[in-house]
Design a protein around this ligand. Structure first.
Ligand SMILES: *Cc1c(COP(=O)(O)O)cnc(C)c1O
Length: 439
C-alpha cells in the first residue's frame, strides 16, 4: 500500500470511491470536459458551475428536472444559483420572448416594454423610485457603487468579509485579482457593535455600505433585523449611501428582503430572476441619487450598455415578475422553502448529526455543524470533503446539488420532490454517521 493511500482519512476514502463511481457513470460529460479544457480555461465558462472531478454537461431541462448527456435525469436543486426560479420551460416566458423576437430585435430606440417593466419594479420595490437597466447583477452593483461614490464625493466602501457582489466585487479573505480595486473597509456580517464603530471611525471617507440583506453565496446567512436597522440608522446619520444588493434576495419576498424587514435603502441592485431567464441587471433608488444620471438636468453620469433595454429581457422580465412570480406565488414558494429548510434541520436534530440548513424562503445552504451560523467565517469551504461527498452521493441518487451546499427552489417543484430529497439526505447521514465531523 502506498503512503498516499494509507494517509487518507475515512471520509477521504469514501470521497475517492464516490469520485470513481461518478467518473465511471459519466463518460460523455468527462470527455466533453476534457475537450472544453483546450479552449476554455479549466474547461468551463462560469466558475460556480465547476466542481471536481468534472461538471456534468446538461443537455436539456423540463419543469424542475435536467438531463445530462449521459442520459441521467436529476431534480435540479442548484436552480442556477437562485436565477432559475421559473424552472426550465415556462410557457409564459417562452411566449413573451418569442413575441419580442417576432416584433424585431436591436430596434435602436426606446421600446414599448421598458417603461412598463420599470414602473412595475418600482411598484414592487418602492425604494426604487427611479432605476436603470443593465446586463447583469455584477454591472448593477458596480454602477450603484460608482454612483454612490460620485454622489458623496467619497471614495471608500464598507463591505462585509465573505460577501459577494458579482464578478467584479468579491470580498473574501483575499480579494481576487478580477475584483475592482476599490478601497474597502471590511467588517463582519451581523457584527452590530464592530460595524457601527467602523462606520463612525471612517465616516468622512465612506461613500457607501454595500450589503446583501441575506448573504447568498457566503452560505445563505440571514442578516439580523438589529444589524440591518443599525446600518440604516448609522448611514443616514453619517451621510453614507446604503446599498442593498438584492440581486439574489429579491426573490425572498414580494418587495424583496427590504419589504420583509421594513427597511428602505438608498439604492438597490437587482438581477437574476428579474430577467425572466435572460441576462439582466438593474440598479435604482431615491431620486436624490438617481438624478445624477439625468443629463438633461445637470446630471453628469452617462450610463451606457448596448443591451440594457434589449426587447427579449424587457418582455420576458415583465411577464415573469408580474404574471408568473406574482406576490401570491412568491409567498407560496418561499413558504415551501421555509418548510424544506425546517425538515432538513429536523433530520439533523433527530439523528443528532452535525447537519442543518440556513437561509430564508426558497434560498438555502446546508452546513455540517450544529451551532448558529451568523457569518461566513463559520461556513466550511465548498471543497471540504464532506461537502464534496454529499454532492456526489446526492447526484448519484438523482438530486443535482451544488458543491458548496446551496439549494434554490424553482416554481415547478412539488412537496413530493422535496420529501424525496429530505429522505436522501437522511439516508446519507445514517450511512456515513461515522465519517461526519463531530459536533
Ligand atoms: C448573482 C449575484 C450578483 C451578480 O449577478 P450576475 O448577474 O451573476 O452578474 C451580485 N450580487 C449578488 C448578491 C448575487 O447573488
Amino acid at each position: 500500500m502506498n503512503t498516499a493511500l494509507r494517509e487518507r482519512s475515512p471520509i477521504e476514502e469514501a470521497l475517492a470511491a464516490a469520485e470513481s463511481r461518478f467518473s465511471a457513470a459519466n463518460p460523455k460529460s468527462r470527455a466533453r470536459h476534457e475537450r472544453a479544457a483546450h479552449v476554455l480555461p479549466a474547461g468551463h465558462s462560469r466558475q460556480t458551475l465547476y466542481f471536481s472531478p468534472f461538471p456534468l454537461t446538461v443537455e436539456r431541462g423540463q419543469g424542475c428536472r435536467i438531463t445530462d448527456i449521459d442520459g441521467h435525469e436529476y431534480l435540479n436543486l442548484v436552480g442556477d444559483y437562485a436565477a432559475g426560479l421559473f424552472g426550465h420551460q415556462s410557457e409564459p416566458l417562452q411566449r413573451a420572448a418569442l413575441e419580442a423576437m417576432r416584433s424585431g430585435i436591436s430596434l435602436s430606440g426606446p421600446n414599448t416594454r421598458e417603461v412598463e417593466f420599470a414602473e412595475y419594479i418600482s411598484r414592487r420595490i418602492p425604494s426604487m423610485e427611479q432605476l436603470r437597466f443593465c446586463n447583469s447583477g455584477s454591472e448593477a452593483c458596480l454602477f450603484a457603487t460608482l454612483l454612490a461614490r460620485h454622489a458623496t464625493r467619497r471614495s471608500k466602501i464598507l463591505v462585509f468579509n465573505g460577501c459577494y457582489h458579482g464578478g467584479f466585487m468579491i470580498y473574501g479573505a483575499a480579494d481576487p485579482g478580477l475584483s475592482v480595486p476599490f478601497q474597502t473597509i471590511k467588517s463582519d456580517y451581523n457584527d452590530v457593535a464592530g460595524t457601527r464603530a467602523a462606520l463612525r471611525a471612517n465616516a468622512t471617507d465612506i461613500a457607501a455600505v454595500l450589503v446583501e440583506p441575506v448573504m447568498g453565496s457566503g452560505g445563505a446567512i440571514v442578516g439580523s433585523l438589529e444589524f440591518l436597522a443599525m446600518l440604516r440608522e448609522e448611514t443616514q446619520r453619517l451621510g453614507i449611501v446604503l446599498i442593498f444588493d438584492e440581486v439574489m434576495t429579491s426573490r425572498m419576498g414580494p418587495g424583496g428582503v427590504q419589504g420583509i424587514r421594513g427597511i428602505r435603502p438608498d439604492l438597490t441592485t437587482l438581477g437574476k430572476f428579474w430577467g425572466g431567464g435572460f441576462a439582466f441587471g438593474a440598479f435604482g433608488g431615491a431620486r436624490e441619487f438617481m438624478r445624477h444620471l439625468d443629463v438633461r438636468s445637470g446630471g453628469t453620469l452617462s450610463q451606457a450598455g448596448t443591451f440594457n433595454n434589449n426587447v427579449v429581457t424587457m418582455s420576458a422580465g415583465l411577464v415573469g415578475a408580474r404574471d408568473v412570480y406574482s406576490p401570491e406565488v412568491c409567498l407560496k414558494l418561499n413558504a415551501l422553502g421555509d418548510s424544506l429548510r425546517e425538515q432538513l434541520c429536523e433530520v439533523g436534530r433527530a439523528l443528532k448529526a452535525p447537519f442543518q440548513a440556513t437561509g430564508l424562503g426558497g434560498v438555502m445552504n446546508t452546513h455540517w455543524s450544529s451551532g448558529a451560523i451568523v457569518n461566513p467565517a463559520q461556513v466550511a469551504p465548498a471543497g471540504a470533503p464532506v461537502r464534496r461527498l454529499f454532492q456526489l452521493e446526492m447526484i448519484e441518487r438523482g438530486f443535482y446539488v451544488a458543491q458548496r451546499g446551496m439549494i434554490n427552489l424553482s416554481l415547478p417543484m412539488l412537496d413530493t420532490d422535496l420529501s424525496g430529497f429530505v429522505s436522501a439526505a437522511r439516508d446519507f447521514l445514517i450511512r456515513h454517521a461515522d465519517l461526519l465531523p463531530r459536533t
